[in-house]
Design a protein around this ligand. Structure first.
Ligand code: BGC
Length: 774
């Protein structure tokens, strides 16, 4: 734990400069706007430990894979979202000495991430080696309105003497990725131009030929007055700067406004870059910093309007959930269906910035409920557009006839993960992609998605499962051999309950959707089935046969589903009996010991009970929850949220709260001492799920919202927003009552504790909180 941040409801605040925390804070204070992101690196030079990170959505590098023992079927590359041109840099030189926080005395250091309004601020006093005391203040943001623009206001004020101040805002394309597999640099410059009014660099990735363009225009003010000074321009192969020199009196505030534009070849023709950049910079300059910041505030007000969660009586919890919502909202906006949500978002290099099953299994509900149907649909379309690649991916592994295996990790639909036990065996990911379609349609009622896109994906996934099982003569049942479930502390197991269950569910849902599309849009159905050679009667009969004769491991005595065949052969030890010194297991134990132990990395059987909850009664959920929770070490940040929802489901609010706390402030308090590598963006959505689906007990059943709320003892009240079809609702829970405020112009009927209530437009209803909810 590293609790160096102040508790505050709307801001993340760091006070005091602790060099060892620099990398962690760079992650925590990251800003983004869905199209790009920027770690909280200092603008001025910093020779201390830092991870420079400026990332552009959809621009990646196919870094050559590094594996010990090559296996056929491995992908050739690992896609990385790459650190690109440093556009925030501003060198400051005072009486000839460069400002560098690693080399001077720092006082009153304060960094604030204003989550309500969407900007980052930093202020400090630096005492340089030459004796000058300098007050510095910077504000920067990435515009949520013009997603290709960023702006910085950077002020320096000599406090104790007159000083010659040089300010050098620059663009630097000579950057690298720390996690580059072979130390390779990924960029080369195509075009560079420096003038005192407009400078830019266009660079390209050495592979795949992505082009990115960065431009800047800079203005100097002294004590609020614009100065008509011409900067000196300095350009080299990959770097351009503007050098302003001001002779400042003690107490004069010298302020630089740096406007920046960032574009990529995803959105612009390569030959047009200089023109596009100049136009963007003109837009920024004509609006001006203050107006851009006002627009930023308004954009964030709008986002919070739909997504805020309040928690009364626990500031740390309030800050934690807002931080999660803020980071999720600045990672993905749904404006571009080619983008997605990497486990670290735009805050670090780990995980390559690519798409995992995390998106469908954990993130979709957050975006669907708080950012609306359109945004959620974009996430689905991302996978739809990659269906061809998923079919190719399955073909590479020997599957045929239109079977699709979506990748474990991807940027463009191709697999980039290469550890056989995950790449080839962690195939349950296909189930999450199908489940997301179901979840989306259940919530939005948008069945047109099934007709136009969903069915095609579902058939391809069902085809995969039908080929992946085999019939065991010995058991007289279908079996699924050689898989890795969500619990990656088991590999190459047979009959993982979750994988087999979700596989059968996929085949069932594909059949249901096929019949729906056939009856509602026969011509579309005929067109699709012809184009994908779907032999309806034969294939559906096969799916049914598999579903009806699938082997599922269970322990009759304990009344639980078994994670996989043979699970009970393991020595049964409970997590509570583990010596805390041995944890986390993945750092303290050999892999061999982990694999043979009964300890579970993350929700596995429970993931299935969470997804398919309506199929199981409360006792079954309770027995399985109690058995598996006692054996789960939660060494994936994705794990506690699922357990928390189930704990709420069975009415164990204390345990639900304990599990909730494990993710809510995971990054802010740096539980795992790894926040320096980037934030756990996808698990942040899990925290949101723990509140809305867990404590709030929100579900959609038969096109109707239902709530079964409970409240942790520590909270006086909490509230969350729900954007359901044409309604915006605010659900507020106190220890005595639940109030639902219908903020929209349409009446809605919903259920609270199983009882139907109508909430007229623009009004609210309240009912008493019940202790016994199921
Ligand atoms: C988890 C996976 C997850 C990945 C990326 C791993 O530690 O086990 O389920 O997809 O992290 O978040």
């Amino acid at each position: 734990m590293n609790p160096y941040l102040k508790h505050d409801e709307w801001c993340i605040i760091e006070e005091g400069f602790i060099p060892e925390n620099t990398r962690a804070s760079e992650s925590i204070f990251s800003i983004g706007n869905g199209a790009m992101g920027q770690r909280a690196n200092f603008e001025e030079k910093f020779t201390g430990s830092t991870l420079q990170g400026s990332y552009i959505g959809g621009v990646y590098y196919p870094d050559k894979t590094r594996v010990g023992w090559w296996k056929n079927g491995y992908p050739e590359y690992f896609a990385k979202v790459i650190n690109s041109t440093n556009w925030i840099g501003i060198n400051v030189i005072v009486n000839g000495e460069e400002l560098d926080l690693a080399k001077c005395k720092v006082q009153d250091f304060r960094r604030v991430l204003n989550m309500k309004e969407g900007y980052l601020e930093r202020s400090f006093i630096a005492e340089l080696q030459n004796g000058i005391k300098l007050a510095v203040k910077s504000t920067r943001f990435l515009s949520m309105v013009d997603s290709e623009l960023g702006a910085i206001r950077y002020s320096v004020k000599p406090l104790n003497a007159d000083a010659n101040i040089e300010v050098h805002p620059y663009l630097d394309a000579d950057v690298h990725n720390e996690d580059s597999n072979y130390g390779e640099k990924f960029w080369e410059v195509v075009d560079i131009k420096g003038t005192s009014a407009f400078s830019y660099i266009v660079s390209r990735t050495k592979k795949l030929d992505f082009h990115v363009g960065h431009a800047m225009r800079n203005f100097i003010h002294v004590n609020g007055q614009h100065q008509n000074v011409q900067p000196q321009v300095n350009t080299s192969a990959m770097y351009v700067d503007n050098r302003f020199t001001i002779n400042a009196k003690a107490g004069d505030e010298v302020t630089l406004y740096k406007y920046a534009a960032v574009i990529s070849s995803l959105n612009h023709e390569k030959g047009t870059f200089p023109k596009v950049l100049e136009k963007l910079i003109d837009t920024a300059v004509s609006k001006g910093f203050d107006k851009m910041l006002d627009e930023q505030r308004n954009a964030w007000t709008e986002i919070w309007q739909h997504s805020d969660i309040t928690i009364e009586g626990d500031v740390a919890a309030q800050q934690g959930i807002r931080f999660n919502i803020f980071q999720l909202s600045q990672t993905y906006t749904g404006k571009d269906e080619r983008l997605n949500i990497g486990p670290k978002g735009f805050t670090g290099e780990k995980y390559g910035g690519s798409t995992y099953w995390d998106t469908e299994a954990y993130c979709l509900p957050f975006y669907m409920v708080t950012h609306g149907q359109k945004v959620a649909r974009q996430l689905l379309l991302y996978r739809y557009k990659q269906l061809g690649k998923a079919i190719e991916n399955a073909q590479k592994l020997g599957f045929t006839d239109g079977a699709a295996l979506y990748p474990m990790v991807t940027m463009n639909g191709e697999e980039c993960h290469n550890e056989w036990e995950i790449t080839f065996e962690e195939i349950h990911r296909n189930g999450a992609i199908a489940f997301a379609i179901y979840n989306y349609v259940r919530y939005t009622g948008d069945k047109s998605y099934l007709v136009n896109f969903g069915l095609e994906v579902l058939i391809a996934i069902a085809r995969f499962w039908a080929q992946r099982v085999n019939f065991s003569q010995e058991k007289g049942k279908y079996v699924m051999l050689g898989v890795t479930g969500p619990n990656e502390y088991e590999n190459n197991v047979n009959n993982n309950w979750y994988t087999s269950t979700i596989a059968c569910w996929c085949m069932e849902y594909a059949e249901e959707v096929a019949s729906y599309v056939k009856s509602t849009d026969p011509s579309k159905y005929a067109e699709l089935t012809k184009s994908i050679h779907f032999d309806e009667s034969k294939e559906i009969a096969k799916w049914r046969d598999i579903r009806n004769n699938m082997f599922f491991p269970v322990d009759e005595k304990l009344g639980i589903f078994l994670q996989q065949e043979g699970y009970m052969d393991k020595e049964q030890i409970l997590v509570k009996d583990l010596d805390p010194k041995e944890r986390p297991l993945n750092q303290k134990w050999s892999w061999d010991r982990i694999l043979r132990s009964c300890f579970i990395k993350q929700a596995d059987v429970l993931q299935g009970l969470y997804f398919l909850e309506d199929r199981y009664d409360t006792d079954t959920i309770k027995r399985n929850y109690e058995f598996y929770e006692a054996r789960t070490v939660h060494e994936s940040s994705l794990s506690p949220c699922v357990h928390s929802v189930l704990a709420s489901r069975i009415g164990n609010v204390d345990k639900a709260y304990e599990l909730y706390l494990r993710t809510a402030r995971l990054d802010l308090d740096d539980y795992n001492r790894e926040v320096k590598e980037g934030l756990h963006i996808t698990s942040m959505a899990g925290t949101w799920i723990s509140i809305v689906e867990g404590f709030g007990g929100m579900r959609v059943r038969n096109n109707m919202l239902t709530f079964n709320p409970l409240i942790p003892d520590k909270w006086k009240s909490y509230s969350f927003k729900v954007w359901f079809r044409d309604n915006i609702l605010k659900i507020m829970v106190t220890s005595s009552q639940i109030t639902i405020n219908n903020e929209s112009g349409n009446a809605i009927t919903l259920k609270i504790y199983g009882v139907e209530h109508s909430v007229p437009a623009s009004s609210s209803i309240s009912v008493p909180v019940q202790k016994q909810i199921f």
